[in-house]
Design a protein around this ligand. Structure first.
Ligand SMILES: C[S@@+](CC[C@H](N)C(=O)[O-])C[C@H]1O[C@@H](n2cnc3c(N)ncnc32)[C@H](O)[C@@H]1O
Length: 323
């Protein structure tokens, strides 16, 4: 079921030939070594999704959506819902498939709205989205005119979620590949825009991450970096001892000044912060499609300006920088 050969062919004929050739063997190994115990369940759910003819697709809508060409029965809608629920938890979205609203943990559309007007127009660009989750933003990038979008995420469930919704969207210019950033070539300047959103603080060596991202950009290309930050008054870098907002693997949370310095240090120019927003309890919350704990449980019950562990609550910033 996981077969990316058509997509690699698409990349080869859309200016990403060298990149496709470099990642093909890495992808082959990754696919051969898949050992997730839930894979059979997820594959069955994807294979059991009902056939529904679409009349309209809107990848640029807040809820990325598909409409049915004909009336669909309740039985078909139930089958759609039941199989998509096998891919729980749905974190990034929302999506709307034939009036079935997938109310995901995150309002990922809000993040997109905050950055879209501040980045170089994506029309005709080759785009890489590192840590793209289920590819919600990849669809929005295609809707904004990107010629080719490569999403990568090592968490296989998200790859399956992309395949499930894309059964109906039939978008051929984007895919979510089951790869992590360390699987990508070092120094292959192939992309006009590179997004890294929600990944930096999970990297033990953030400067190395930024250098790697820069090496994948063509000269003049643009990095869109989104990360949790701490306000400058809390110091240069917060290095949580143990968990941060119940998350493991949070190593370094920079202040906006520190993060901008890091970007300049690895060679970016025109570094600017285009948005700083505190994550609200409306933007990240549990829902029917993500029934586990969410932001409300990650914050101090008596003081929501603090995390459960007593650190400053998550504030997220978007940086734009040029190679
Ligand atoms: C906080 S989520 C952000 C998702 C999406 N970019 C967004 O902004 O909504 C971070 C994502 O990075 C992925 N991730 C974790 N380690 C990664 C790595 N080494 N390379 C690429 N992605 C990674 C996770 O699986 C997760 O989907």
């Amino acid at each position: 079921m996981l077969d990316f050969s058509t997509y690699l062919t698409f990349l080869r004929s859309n200016g990403l030939s060298e990149f496709a050739s470099e990642i093909a063997p890495v992808l082959e190994i990754a696919l051969r070594e898949l050992n997730n115990g839930d894979l059979a369940k997820w594959e069955k759910a994807c294979a059991s999704l009902p056939e529904i003819e679409t009349s309209a697709i809107n990848l640029g809508a807040s809820a990325v959506s598909a409409e049915a060409a004909q009336h669909i029965s309740q039985e078909t809608l139930d089958a759609l819902r039941e199989n998509l629920m096998q891919l729980h938890p749905w974190r990034k979205g929302p999506f709307n498939l034939f009036s079935l609203h997938i109310d995901t943990e995150w309002r990922s559309d809000w993040k997109w709205d905050r950055l879209e007007k501040s980045i170089s127009p994506l029309k005709g660009r080759r785009v890489l989205d590192v840590g793209c989750g289920n590819g919600y933003h990849c669809f929005r990038m295609v809707a904004s005119g990107a010629q080719a979008v490569v999403g990568i995420d090592p968490f296989l469930l998200y790859v399956m979620q992309f395949l499930a919704v894309n059964k109906y969207f039939k978008c051929q210019s984007a895919a979510v590949l089951p790869l992590g950033i360390d699987d990508l070539p070092k120094s292959l300047p192939a992309f006009d825009s590179v997004f890294s959103m929600g990944v930096l603080y999970h990297r033990k060596n953030p400067l190395e991450h930024l250098e790697h991202l820069r090496s994948l950009l063509v000269d003049g290309g643009e990095l869109i970096l989104e990360t949790i930050i701490v306000e400058d008054e809390f110091g240069d870098i917060l290095e949580p001892k143990g968990r941060y907002a119940k998350m493991r693997n949070v190593w370094k949370i920079p202040s906006p000044t520190t993060c901008a310095d890091w970007l300049r240090e690895v060679g970016f120019r025109d570094v600017r912060v285009v948005d700083i927003s505190k994550t609200s309890l409306d933007e990240q919350r549990s829902s029917e499609w993500m029934t586990f704990e969410s932001l409300g449980d990650f914050l101090d019950k008596d003081d929501t300006s603090l995390t459960f562990e007593g650190y400053p609550a998550p504030i997220r910033a978007v940086f734009v920088a040029t190679k």
